[in-house]
Structure formats: C-alpha cells, structure tokens
Design a protein around this ligand. Structure first.
Ligand SMILES: [Zn+2]
Ligand SMILES: [Zn+2]
Length: 363
C-alpha cells in the first residue's frame, strides 16, 4: 500500500510502496479515506517533537474497517471509524476515573513509534518503518489498536470525521469537557486555527455570550467571526479589547497556539477566579512565565487539556451527531484537500494557515 514516509527530519516526504502486516491480537486494519494535516505532525517533521524514523506520520484520520485481528469485538469489517490517537486501556486509575487521555498505558507510548506491543506492522523492503501516534494516517491503509477505533454513523462524511479525530475534539473538548463553559459566560480563544475554530464553535454551542477570537492573521479572524466569534482582534489589541468588553477579564481563555508568550497573554486576559485552558503544546524545553503574586491573589485556574480531555468513544460520535443534526457546522472546518502525492504541498498550505483544516484525500 502507498504511504508518505518521513525518512529524516526537515526533509520532504517520500511516497513509498510499503508492506502492511495483518492485524495482530487486539488490532484492526483500516482502509483510510481522509486524513487531516495537523501542526503536531509538522512539529515532528522539523524535529521539535521527536518520534522514531523512518515513520508514516498522520494522526487525524477516518476510514472503514478492512479486517480485525484475533479477539477484536468492538468493531467489524465494514464499520466506519474515526481513529483516536490515545488507545486508552480502560483499566488504569485514569481510565476508570473518566480521564482516559491520561491513561498510563497509552499516553507514555504515544511517541514510541510502535503499536501497544512494542512492534510495528509497517516495513519497506524488509526494513522496519515506524508508526506515529499509533495511527499513521498518511497512508492508504493502517493497522491500529482496537481501542483507537471509534465506530461512527456511516452517513458522517469522512473529511469531517477525520477532523473529529484530532482538531475538533481537541478544541471542542477544551470548552465542553475542561472549561465547562456555561451559557452567558465570556470566552477568549487565542489562536484561530483548526483547534481554535473548533473551540469557538463549541463555545457558541454552549451559549457563551461573548466569544473573542485573538489571532494575528486577518483571514483567520474573518473565519472566526463567521463561525460565531462575537469579536475578533489582533494580539496587539487583545488586552485593551477584552478589558473594554469585560472589565476584569474573560471567564475562560482557551490557548491553542502553544507559544509561551501567548500562554502568558491568555493568563492575563482571564478575570480573577477564571480559568485558562492550555491546549497548544509548546516545544519540549519551553517554559511559561506567570506572575507569581497574582497567581495566588487572583485565584485563577490554569489547566492543561490534552486531546480535549475527551472520552473518545463517547465524545467523537456525540460531536458527529451534533453535526449531522445541523447544530454544529463542523464541515466549515474542512479546507483545501490534496492527494497523498502532494502531501508536501498540503503541509505548505497548512503552514500558510487560512484557519480551516488542510486534508489528504485517501479514497
Ligand atoms: Zn493533531
Ligand atoms: Zn488506562
């Protein structure tokens, strides 16, 4: 099967004919139909988020189950699935307390470049090729852990379903699961890419009265406004605009850029007692500076949020239900779509950043 292989950091992808071993026990082979292009993939391309190479990247995909390995019971051939990049074990202290994104089996192995048993199913002329985030969606086919397969309604379009596999769940989950935004509240979203726009859609769904999008790119601010932001401002104007609008600051800030300086600005934008949810992942060695005395006096809550703090098998079908019922226009996040052969162009498109999501069509 054809796949885009990253052989070295900071190099173009190579489209290769790879061998894909059949699914082992507890594994599932999926015929991929669509994959999103995520900044996390790019962070690995440039070496900021190291992962063993050569590898097939891609962690935002949807497709159809093609075969199941021994012992698989939750999906069968022909099922439509979104792929979750955190195949939670379901048994550890985190999974059993409703926090599967912290799963102490899956989370530490996320960037190991293998499946859960420590081996790979991908090879090129007999040489091992690594997986990425358990999924490797820049390919026609993949083998993934059963727990990565989230069965969805077959009428859900694959491009939208693919984006639910990372950006949409990450952004919407930050609002709905972590911040728990209430009707009438005020929300600032820093960074209006796919994750930030998903947060804006969810804040609107939750009934937020004021939604301030903060992004340096005018086209992104325009899309943010179309999708429900009540205000859209340049970062240089954010502090003044938020003060004018809310007085003491917003009830909730969602930070999706991962830039340490923006995290600090988002912290400053929150009112005393309010909540900052950090979603964008800074480089591994980055340090975020927060004002020490105010941290105590103002009792703000600062929390991380990985993958929208989601419960994949509950939240992903729910988000697609809301889309299919016409209440959450997730299709507005589907942007330019490229064939696998043009994956380097797709990454260039993503980095230019119109806001909506760039996809690879794998049908
Ligand atoms: Zn992602
Ligand atoms: Zn677990």
């Amino acid at each position: 099967m054809r796949a885009a292989v990253l052989h070295d950091y900071r190099r173009p992808f190579a489209i290769e004919e790879l061998d894909l071993a059949p699914p082992g026990p507890g594994e599932v082979e999926v015929r991929l139909h669509a994959s999103g292009v995520c900044r996390s993939d790019w962070n690995t391309v440039i070496g900021d988020t190291p992962s063993p190479l050569p590898a097939v990247l891609g962690h935002e995909g949807a497709g159809v189950v093609a075969a199941v390995g021994p012992g698989v019971t939750s999906v069968k051939e022909g099922d439509h699935v979104v792929l979750s990049w955190l195949p939670a074990c379901g048994r550890c202290r985190y999974c059993t307390s409703g926090r599967p994104t912290l799963c102490d089996v899956a989370a530490p192995a996320l960037l190991a470049g293998t499946l859960l048993d420590g081996t790979t199913r991908l090879s090129l002329n007999g040489r091992r090729v690594h997986h990425y985030s358990f999924l490797s969606t820049f390919a026609e086919r993949t083998v993934v852990p059963e727990a990565s397969c989230v069965r969805i309604r077959p009428e859900a379009p694959f491009p939208v379903a693919a984006l639910v596999g990372c950006a949409i769940t990450t952004g919407a989950g930050a609002v709905l699961n972590r911040a728990r935004v209430e009707a009438g509240s005020s929300v600032a979203v820093f960074g209006a890419g796919g994750v930030g726009l998903s947060a804006i859609l969810a804040a609107r769904l939750a009934g937020a009265a004021a939604i301030v999008a903060v992004d340096p790119a005018a086209p992104r601010r325009g899309i943010a406004t179309e999708l429900g932001a009540t205000h859209a401002v340049d970062p240089a104007e954010a502090a003044t605009a938020i003060a004018d609008l809310t007085g003491a600051g917003v009830d909730y800030a969602i930070e999706s850029s991962g830039a340490p300086g923006v995290v600090a600005a988002a912290y400053a934008a929150v009112r005393p007692g309010g909540t900052l949810v950090c979603v964008g992942i800074p480089p591994e060695d980055a340090v975020v500076e927060l004002p020490g005395a105010a941290l105590v006096r103002e009792e703000k809550i600062v929390t991380g949020c990985l993958y929208g703090s989601c419960r994949p098998h509950t939240d992903m079908p729910m988000l697609l239900d809301l889309f299919l019922d016409g209440r959450l226009p997730l299709d507005r996040l589907v942007g330019a779509t490229y064939p696998l052969d043009e994956i380097d162009r797709a990454f260039a498109d993503m980095r230019e950043g119109g806001g909506v999501r760039t996809l690879i069509d794998l049908t």
